[in-house]
Design a binder for this molecule. Structure first.
Ligand code: ZN
Length: 232
C-alpha cells in the first residue's frame, strides 16, 4: 500500500496509524493521542482547519475546565451541581454557567489535574441530539449498547459528539435533562417519562417541572457569555 504524507508534520504514514479527515486529508495517529484531541473528535467529518481549531479550543477548554468545572465539582449548592453523562462521565453539563465540557483523561491518574483535557462549549450552541442503540455480540452473549449524539452548529472545532452510555437508565436521565436544559420541551426525542424516583434525583421534586427549568437558549447563552468573559 502506498505511503502518504501527514498534513500536519510531513512524516510518511502507512495504512496503519493513518487517520483520514474530511476530503481525504491524511494525518498520523500520533496527533490523536493524549492531549491532542478528545477521544470522540469526529475526524472523518471535519477538515484540517477544524482539527487545528479543536486543538486551540482544547488549550482554552482545559483552562476553563480547571477554573470553572473543577471548583464546581465539590459545590453543595443544588443549582450549581454538575451533571455527568456517558461512559467514564466524559460529558459534564454545567447548567448554572451555561457550559458543557467534553473531557479526556490520560496519563497515570485520572485524579491528577494535569491529565485532563477538556473541550468546553456553550450549551446554547447545541443544535440537536439523538439517542441510539446497537447490538454487540461476544462470547458471553448479546448486549445492547446505548449511545447519544450531539450536534453543534458552531465552528470552533466541534461538530458531532457521539458517546456510549453506561446504561439505558442514563438515556432516560439524559433526554429530559437536555430537553429541559435547552428549552426543547416536547420537540426533543421522545422517551417514556422518567420514573418518579429518577425525577426526584434529577430535579429534586417528584413532579416533573414545567419546561424549561433553566430558561431558553438566550438565557443559557447569556449565562455562558458572562462566565466566559470573566475568565478569558
Ligand atoms: Zn503527523
Amino acid at each position: 500500500m502506498a505511503k502518504e504524507i501527514c498534513s500536519i508534520c510531513g512524516r510518511s504514514t502507512g495504512v496503519i496509524g493513518r487517520i483520514r479527515l474530511a476530503g481525504g486529508i491524511c494525518i498520523c495517529e500520533d496527533h490523536t493521542l493524549q492531549d491532542q484531541a478528545i477521544s470522540q473528535f469526529d475526524y472523518g467529518a471535519l477538515s484540517l482547519e477544524d482539527f487545528y481549531r479543536h486543538q486551540r479550543q482544547l488549550v482554552l477548554g482545559t483552562r476553563l475546565w480547571e477554573r470553572i468545572f473543577v471548583p464546581l465539582a465539590d459545590t453543595i449548592l443544588v443549582d450549581e451541581k454538575l451533571q455527568y453523562f456517558g461512559a467514564n462521565d466524559t460529558m459534564v453539563v454545567s447548567p448554572s454557567t451555561g457550559l458543557v465540557a467534553f473531557t479526556r483523561h490520560w496519563g497515570k491518574s485520572i485524579f491528577s489535574k494535569t491529565s485532563v483535557v477538556a473541550s468546553v462549549h456553550r450549551l446554547a450552541d447545541l443544535y440537536s441530539y439523538s439517542l441510539g442503540r446497537r447490538e454487540v455480540r461476544n462470547h458471553e452473549g448479546t448486549f445492547i449498547i446505548h449511545s447519544f449524539t450531539l450536534i453543534f452548529h458552531t465552528a470552533d472545532g466541534i461538530f458531532r459528539y457521539s458517546q456510549d452510555m453506561k446504561s439505558y437508565d442514563e438515556c432516560r436521565r439524559l433526554a429530559p435533562a437536555l430537553n429541559y436544559c435547552l428549552g426543547l420541551g416536547d420537540d426533543g426525542p421522545k422517551l417514556p417519562a422518567p420514573a418518579p424516583s429518577m425525577i426526584q434525583k434529577l430535579f429534586g421534586t417528584r413532579k416533573l417541572p414545567a419546561p424549561p427549568i433553566w430558561g431558553d437558549r438566550q438565557t443559557l447563552a447569556a449565562r455562558a457569555d458572562k462566565t466566559l468573559s470573566a475568565i478569558i
